[in-house]
Design a protein around this ligand. Structure first.
Ligand SMILES: NC(=O)c1ccc[n+]([C@@H]2O[C@H](COP(=O)([O-])OP(=O)(O)OC[C@H]3O[C@@H](n4cnc5c(N)ncnc54)[C@H](O)[C@@H]3O)[C@@H](O)[C@H]2O)c1
Length: 339
């Protein structure tokens, strides 16, 4: 292994730009040497901003470069599993954004390719690296609140993504709730057995016309019998709403929203504070940096990545079950969609 890990980023959209910035400036032990995007001007812009030496339209230039040891896949979801297979075949270490794919068959194919190549694969479930949620996980795992009985996750975006994004996203359960499905497993330290999902188009009719819902309420039943709820909206007018609560036999642990400051202004008219941090870029900066540091560390130290391919697969199964539950208006066991 050379002194620094040479990395190439594929996809220069919202998340590609963010990871590129962190790899360029905030993750030690890394040299960000190339970026690609089918819209080459997008890659050129990011490259100019973060001094990335090589820019390509065709991601295979990155795959074919023997000097590049690791790839960070940030292209749209419909390209991920193919990219993973190509990267594995080229012997690259792989970080891939969530979800791996929206087709379980293709996920299994990609995971088999990774296993066969003996390379590492980490999936971009950044919320696991948020210090607040880590603390909740640790408190629950240490038994501080006794036996966990009820999990509540509120996860609302400040604004819907563009309709073009909605169309290739795989739908709200696989695109947005997938983070919450991962959080449910992570925070409770156990697997979900059954989900029951309700959904509606309450924010933007165009999302309904694209075949998706923009508001969802999902209940979870864990293997232990513990229960959970997730509520999602594509539009919370007050900002990114990311709250969590775990209630157990001996207590409760909660996490409220992160604010840009903690000042509270009290006057004769009202007591007011700042709105939550606007969106994922602002809210999870620290978590994105930590997940990338963890990936680099796993590669350099040759240890298992902290979020594995199987961790990437499980929430997709939960998303399938949620979709089926919503369509059939009944609780669905995960075993029904993943024999
Ligand atoms: N972990 C997170 O918090 C998080 C946040 C946002 C997005 N994501 C995930 O990241 C992925 C990208 O999302 P985004 O919001 O950045 O989307 P985006 O549409 O802003 O960017 C995607 C980019 O990929 C490029 N692209 C498409 N096919 C390509 C190819 N074959 N080669 C190279 N580039 C290609 C597009 O031109 C576009 O610039 C999605 O899978 C999404 O689910 C994760």
């Amino acid at each position: 292994m050379p002194e620094k890990l040479n990395v190439g980023v594929i996809g220069a959209g919202r998340i590609g730009r963010l990871h590129a910035e962190h790899l360029a400036y905030r993750v030690p032990g890394v040299e960000l040497v190339a970026i690609s995007d089918i819209i080459v001007s997008a890659a050129e812009q990011v490259a100019a901003q973060f001094q990335i030496p090589a820019v390509y339209q065709d991601h295979r230039r990155i795959m074919d470069d023997p000097a590049i040891q690791a790839v960070v896949i940030c292209s749209s979801t419909d390209t991920h599993s193919q990219m993973i297979e190509e990267a594995a075949a080229a012997g690259k270490q792989i970080f891939c954004e969530k979800p791996i794919d929206y087709d379980l068959g293709r996920i299994d194919h990609a995971l088999a390719a990774v296993k066969q190549a003996g390379v590492k694969l980490q999936i971009g479930f950044n919320r696991r690296f948020d210090p607040n949620f880590r603390r909740v996980r640790d408190v629950v795992a240490a038994g501080q609140i006794g036996r966990p009985q009820v999990l509540r996750i509120t996860s609302r975006d400040p604004q819907p993504p563009p309709i073009a994004y909605v169309k290739v996203s795989g739908g709200i359960f696989l695109d947005m709730t997938i983070h919450d499905f991962d959080m449910a497993r992570f925070l409770m330290g156990e697997e979900v057995d059954e989900v029951y999902a309700a959904g509606g188009v309450l924010v933007d009719p165009a999302i309904g016309e694209a075949g998706d819902v923009d508001t969802a309420l999902i209940t979870l039943r864990f293997k232990s019998g513990a229960m959970g709820s997730i509520d999602n909206s594509r539009k919370a007018v007050y900002g990114y709403d990311q709250r969590v609560e775990v209630f157990g036999s001996d207590g409760m642990v909660t996490v409220s929203n992160n604010l840009p400051d903690s000042a509270v202004v009290s006057t004769a008219q009202a007591v007011t504070g700042s709105l939550p941090l606007f969106f994922f870029v602002e809210r999870y900066t620290e978590a994105y940096i930590a997940e990338m540091k963890a990936f680099v560390e796993a590669v350099v130290q040759d240890t298992p990545p902290p979020v594995t391919g199987l961790d990437g697969r499980k929430p997709v199964v939960m998303g399938y079950a949620a979709g089926k539950s919503y369509r059939e208006n009944r609780p669905v066991k995960l075993s029904e969609v993943d024999a």
